[in-house]
Structures are given as structure tokens and as C-alpha cells.
Write a protein that binds this ligand. Structure first.
Ligand code: PLP
Length: 406
């Protein structure tokens, strides 16, 4: 069982009043709030022993390096990677996708090849693959979802052919909330020698992830969606794949030796970590992982599912509400519209009632196009949300209907 009050106490920002009303924060899919330990970890590195990592032979740099590399170990444990060398620190999911798309593209994508991208992807798991396809003369193939917001495996089977090189798919959709069957997708792909890139930005904070069990070739996520600092992300890649692809950026740290007659690259994971990274952020990310690891994922899932089911049921009772994404395998995201009410208007009124949600296309234009809508209201739940907050959200939506519905 989760002790929500104890958890909320670790997020002082949640005690805030907004426009004189207690804050209800339902925008964690965009960015979660930060755990107090995260700030303390960043503060400790900043105030007690800051130095640039790996390079300098002095006490401060050594201590900072230890903290930085300890976060790498924690990350490898958290997603059950085969080794710490398979964990690359980046700025976030977006940079992780760009890294994979560029480097994999350089090594393995040729003219006439195909990259399958699901229709429910965030722009950051579409555009980098389009850029690679453009550079290499390859083609993007769209994998549509059904009316429940589910990707169907027979359709994937139909799309894979001898030209397919990679499938880009999210583990959990940031709009529909659908939890995709990554293991089965990887099984199908690997049977045809196709590589699988998984965008885990909306998964790692909600469900237990074991990249080896899933057999994902790449897996990307962002710290700021998992109670950690912004500006830090991860790209996991299978070692043999990371060894086989060239670096994404050149600079300090990623080299072994540099001379004007030629340069050799560093070993994993440093080959992909050019320049000074977000050192304090990575330290804070370690604290976020430690926080998440204190609660069993089964309990996190149970709690967030309870909030999702409650919100879904109560919203549906209001009348005139369309929910986008109705798969039974769903994470704590609910995207919807109310008849006659523009999502921006609903979002603005919710805000005035102290309730923070997201409105718009959620960086997933193809999903909006699928439903023929300009945007949705999106409420997203996290470990610190309560049933009372769902009640306040529902009451607010009823009020908005009274005020605005035509
Ligand atoms: N992928 C998904 C599914 C997301 O929800 C997001 C952010 O909302 C991203 C990728 C991009 O993450 P970031 O902005 O941290 O790079």
C-alpha cells in the first residue's frame, strides 16, 4: 500500500495555493513535480564538492564523478539493463531519439529502406526518423492504431518486409495512455531482423520496465517525467548495437585519442557523451530513481489505475464527453473533449479553479488528425495524486459544462 500523505510531504510544491485554491496538479505527463531528495542531491553536489567529472585528478572532481557514475548504476538497475555501459546520459528523450536516429541511420539505413513509425508517437519519436529517412533516401511507413487507440500486431506483421530496418514505437502513449505490447512487437520485429526503438518517456514512472525482458534494442526516457530534474535523459541500447553505430556528437570525453591524422573514440558509454553533461541534474536523477525504487511498481500501478478508473467513470457520467484512448491496457492519462467546449477554454477555467491540466495537441498531431480534432484536454496522474483531487477535477468539469456548454 502507498502512504500518499507521506509521499506528498516529499513534494512541498503540492501544498501550494493557486488563485486562492489548493493546487490540483494533473499535468505530470508533461513534467512531474520534483521530490525534495532530488533538490537535496543537486544542492549537495553544488555546495559540497562540485567539480567537472572524469577529467581532473582532484578530490572534488573525484567525488562528483562517483555521484554521477552511481546514478548510471542506479539507472541500469532500474530498467534491468545488462550492463552500466548500455546507459547513455542525454538531455532527455528527444535527444535520445535524435542520437539513435542519427547514429543507427548512419550505420544501417540505406536508400530504399523503410522505418515503421506508429501513428500514436510524440513528435520527438517521428521527426528524427523523418530526418534520417530524408538524409538516407529511406521511407517512413505509418503503423495506424485502431479506434480504441491500440496498435495491432497483425497490422505490424503486414507492414514488415525485407526493406524494414527499424520500428519506432512508444511504450505508453502520452495522449491515449495505451500501454503497447513491446515484448510482442520486439518478437515480431526480431524474427525479421528488424531493430526496435522504444520511447519509454511515459512508461518508466508508471510501470515496471525490464529492457532485457522486453528485448528492446533501444529504450529512451526523461528524468523530468519521473520526479527528477529537467535536462537529463537516458538512452539505453544493447551493447552490440551501441558498439556498431558511430558517435552522434564529437568533442571532449567521447574520444580516446585525437590527432590531426585521425581520432579514435572512447569506449561505451562515453563514446556517446560528448562534452560536460548536466552533472548536478544526473545526481538529482539518481535521487529520483532512489525515491521511485522505494515503492513497489505493483502499488504505483494499482494507485494510478484507481485514479484513472475513477476519473474515467465520473467523466463519462457527465454527458457529452468523448474520451480518446479506451484500451483496457492503459496508464494514468485521460484525454477528452466536452461537446461544444474548446479544450483551451476548459483548460483556462480549470486553471482558475486551481487545477492544472494540459490542453492542445500534446505534440502528437497525427493522433489529433486520426480523430479529426484540434486538441484535447489531458489530465494525467502520478504517484502523489489523490481521489479527493479527482473529485475536485470532476466537480470543476461539471461546473465548466454549466458555464460553457451550448
Ligand atoms: N515521448 C513522449 C511519449 C513524451 O510524452 C514526451 C514528452 O512529453 C517526449 C517523448 C519528449 O520528452 P522530452 O521533452 O523530455 O525530450
Amino acid at each position: 500500500m502507498i502512504d500518499i500523505q507521506k509521499i506528498r510531504n516529499q513534494f512541498p510544491v503540492l501544498k501550494q495555493q493557486v488563485y486562492g485554491k489548493p493546487l490540483v496538479y494533473l499535468d505530470s505527463a508533461a513534467s512531474t513535480q520534483k521530490n525534495i531528495d532530488v533538490l537535496l542531491a543537486e544542492r549537495q553536489v553544488t555546495l559540497d564538492f562540485y567539480g567537472n567529472i572524469h577529467r581532473a585528478a582532484h578530490f572534488m572532481a573525484d567525488k562528483t564523478t562517483q555521484v554521477f557514475e552511481a546514478s548510471r548504476d542506479l539507472t541500469a538497475q532500474f530498467i534491468h539493463a545488462g550492463s552500466r555501459e548500455e546507459i547513455i546520459f542525454t538531455k532527455g528523450t528527444t535527444e535520445s531519439v535524435n542520437l539513435a536516429a542519427f547514429s543507427f541511420g548512419e550505420a544501417f539505413i540505406r536508400e530504399g529502406d523503410e522505418i515503421i513509425v506508429s501513428e500514436m508517437e510524440h513528435h520527438s519519436n517521428i521527426v528524427p526518423w523523418q530526418m534520417t529517412a530524408q538524409r538516407k533516401g529511406a521511407r517512413i511507413v505509418r503503423w495506424d492504431f485502431n479506434e480504441k487507440g491500440e496498435l495491432e500486431l497483425p497490422e505490424l506483421k503486414r507492414l514488415i518486409n525485407s526493406r524494414t530496418r527499424l520500428i519506432a514505437v512508444c511504450h505508453v502513449s502520452n495522449v491515449l495512455g495505451t500501454i503497447n505490447p513491446v515484448k510482442e512487437i520486439a518478437g515480431l520485429a526480431h524474427a525479421s531482423g528488424v531493430t526496435v526503438f522504444v520511447d519509454g518517456a511515459q512508461a518508466v514512472q508508471h510501470i515496471a520496465v525490464d529492457v532485457q525482458e522486453l528485448d528492446a534494442d533501444f529504450y529512451a526516457f526523461s528524468s523530468h517525467k519521473m520526479y527528477g530534474p529537467n535536462g537529463v535523459g537516458v538512452l539505453y541500447g544493447k551493447r552490440e548495437l551501441l558498439d556498431a553505430i558511430p558517435p552522434y556528437q564529437g568533442g571532449g570525453e567521447m574520444i580516446s585519442e585525437v590527432s590531426f591524422s585521425g581520432t579514435t573514440y572512447n569506449e561505451l558509454p562515453y563514446k556517446f557523451e560528448a562534452g560536460t553533461p548536466h552533472i548536478t541534474g544526473v545526481a538529482g536523477f539518481g535521487a529520483a530513481l532512489a525515491f521511485l525504487s522505494k515503492t513497489r511498481f505493483a502499488d504505483i500501478e494499482k494507485h494510478e489505475k484507481m485514479l484513472l478508473e475513477m476519473a474515467t467513470e465520473e467523466l463519462s457520467k457527465i454527458g457529452g464527453v468523448t474520451i480518446y484512448g479506451t484500451s483496457p491496457r492503459k496508464s494514468g492519462v485521460i484525454s477528452f473533449n466536452m461537446k461544444g467546449i474548446h479544450p483551451y477554454d476548459a483548460g483556462m477555467l480549470l486553471d482558475k479553479m486551481g487545477i492544472a491540466v494540459r490542453t492542445g495537441h500534446h505534440c502528437a498531431d497525427p493522433v489529433m488528425e486520426h480523430f479529426g480534432i484540434p486538441g484535447t484536454v489531458r489530465a494525467s496522474f502520478a504517484i502523489y495524486n489523490t481521489p479527493e483531487e479527482v473529485d475536485r477535477f470532476i466537480a470543476a468539469m461539471k461546473k465548466i459544462k454549466e458555464i460553457l456548454a451550448v
